[in-house]
Design a binder for this molecule. Structure first.
Ligand code: SF4
Length: 537
């Protein structure tokens, strides 16, 4: 029964999907590309799409996909295209953009009949690999479960991976493939290389494939049938908390390349989504938007720096039927914004909010964080005050623009200046959220959404941990105990999550060599926390 309804659930997704240039080669190497989260998110994830594109063009590889389904099919261990068990593949490749997907990875492996721990796999078992932002930040937490982890841009890693894998067809020798992978730059094979040995994060400078783009569109995608294209990767602003900008260098695609890509794969009225962490810093953004709007495309965009938007660009975006403008003030006070490396004035934010309302956008979305290093209860009041001022600025224009406020607890990320910062105590985060809720919830024209402190706790545990995190997740899945219980059982000191980490102690992800030096991170961290407090007594 479950199998039949699995087939029909998957069939409904696949039949609604329009593929854009997927070749569907039937090579002798069998590879299943897994996205350990819902289809809606995976098909809208450009990292996943890029890896699918890179693998699909290899004539000697057959690529199938699998996504996580809602219960009762969550983690049914079969490929979606031809419904084959995971054990039928040479390679299971996980695309891991977020640490929150770690439990789903283990659920897939534990239900597949393949040994979840890499050390127990047999010569005929698939090679289980992972790549994406999460392992690039910190590959340790699931390193007992993956045979190999790819660190950095997939554009350079996939060809090397492919050479190693396809070079082994004349008799699949699992151990030989692993040894060859271990000798490949940017790939870590935990069973063959100690976690202390350095691994350089790989990054491309020029890619003949052009920008990452949607390889399929579906009304069931997170952004509906929007064609997504990457305008650039990384960001040069280096805000102290931002994992995206410290994990890869900032690069952009030219207006010409982007317009050619869009013309090849999308048709007016689109919609077309321009994606990039540093979208507002693209020097040709106005030209790109103007050309697309003039040609009749509807647009969608990722978030903007509030101090970059101007009236002219906003009017263009409105003509492109953009519904929501997203900015990320992150904090309510200018001094706290200064401390997190994002110096934007409140006056500039308010001016931008006014322009957004005047241009008639249905929604202004603002992202904030609570529990930032150095935050005080006054900062929470300032955040509430700023939200109210934005709302009254919008209302004073007589606009119908709604204010959509999103608040998440700050979670320290590896490889950033805030990697040493603590997660705020759950009690403090809850208190701040209660205060914000009582001040803003139900206010006219305001929608408020907050990420729960317990989700943030789990994210912090997964982000900064080592192998014990994977063991704790596995145990929690097997026994249905809480993660807190199993984390303690495997010797994780929970205090380390809510205490600052000492800068002179080695961090679990110290092996990863990035484009930004550890000395620079340390300098920025001490710039943020300021000089040490004088000792009393
Ligand atoms: S501006 Fe945005 S993308 Fe750039 S570093 Fe700051 S937070 Fe990251």
């Amino acid at each position: 029964m479950i199998s039949n309804s699995f087939d029909s659930a998957v069939g409904a997704f696949l039949s609604a999907e329009s593929r854009l240039g997927i070749l569907g080669n039937r090579g002798s190497i069998q590879l299943c590309l897994l996205y350990p989260n819902l289809y809606a998110l995976g098909i809208a994830n450009l990292g996943f799409n890029r890896i699918w594109q890179l693998l699909d063009r290899e004539s000697d590889i057959t690529v199938e996909r699998a996504f996580y389904l809602e219960p009762p099919h969550h983690a049914v261990p079969k490929s979606w295209e031809w419904k084959r068990p995971f054990g039928a593949f040479h390679v299971l490749a996980f695309s891991l953009s977020s640490e929150e997907d770690y439990p789903a990875v283990l659920e897939f492996l534990m239900s597949s009949g393949i040994q979840p721990r890499s050390s127990k796999r047999k010569p005929r078992d698939p090679i289980v690999i992972a790549g994406g932002l999460a392992p690039t930040l910190n590959p340790r937490p699931l390193s007992l479960y993956f045979d190999a982890l790819c660190i950095g841009d997939g554009e350079l890693l996939i060809p090397s991976l492919k050479r190693v894998i396809t070079g082994s067809t004349g008799g699949w020798d699992r151990q030989q493939v692993l040894e060859n992978l271990a000798a490949t730059p940017g790939i870590w094979v935990p069973s063959l290389k100690e976690p202390d040995m350095p691994i350089a994060s790989w990054r491309f400078s020029d890619d003949p494939l052009g920008p990452a783009r949607s390889m399929a569109i579906s009304p069931q995608g997170h952004f509906g049938s929007m064609f997504l294209v990457e305008v650039g990767r990384g960001c040069g602003r280096l805000c102290f908390y931002c994992a995206t900008c410290y994990s890869v260098p900032h690069r952009i695609w030219s207006a010409e390349v982007l317009e050619n890509t869009i013309d090849q794969w999308a048709r007016p009225p689109g919609p077309v989504g321009l994606v990039g962490a540093a979208l507002s810093d693209h020097p040709e953004l106005r030209q790109i938007v103007e050309n697309l709007v003039t040609r009749g495309y509807r647009l969608g965009l990722s978030s903007f720096r509030a101090d970059i938007l101007d009236r002219g660009l906003l009017e263009l975006l409105r003509r492109g039927q953009v519904e929501t403008i997203t900015i990320a003030p992150e904090a309510g006070s200018e001094s706290l914004r200064e401390r997190i490396g994002k110096p934007i004035s409140n006056e500039r934010i308010l001016e931008t909010a006014r322009w957004i309302a005047e241009a008639g956008f249905p929604r202004l979305r603002c992202y904030y964080m609570t529990g930032l290093p150095g935050e005080t209860s006054d900062d929470i009041e300032t955040l509430i005050f700023l939200c109210r001022r934005i709302q009254s600025t919008i209302r004073s224009t007589n606009s119908q623009t709604r204010l959509d406020i999103r608040i998440s607890p700050f979670v320290p990320k590896p490889g950033t200046p805030f990697q040493w910062a603590p997660l705020a105590l759950e009690s403090a985060l809850k208190k701040a959220q209660q205060r914000i809720r009582s001040a803003l919830e139900g206010q006219h024209g305001i929608t408020l959404r907050m990420t729960s402190p317990s989700e943030a706790w789990q994210e912090a545990l997964f982000s900064r941990g080592d192998e014990r995190v994977g063991l704790a997740i596995e145990e929690a899945l097997r026994t249905e105990k809480s993660l807190r219980q199993t984390a303690v059982q495997f010797g994780i000191d929970l205090k380390t999550i809510t205490h600052p980490l000492p800068v002179d102690q080695p961090l679990p992800w110290r092996q990863i060599q990035r484009h930004i030096s550890p000395q620079f991170l340390e300098k920025q961290w001490s710039k943020s926390i300021g000089p040490p407090e004088p000792q009393s007594g």
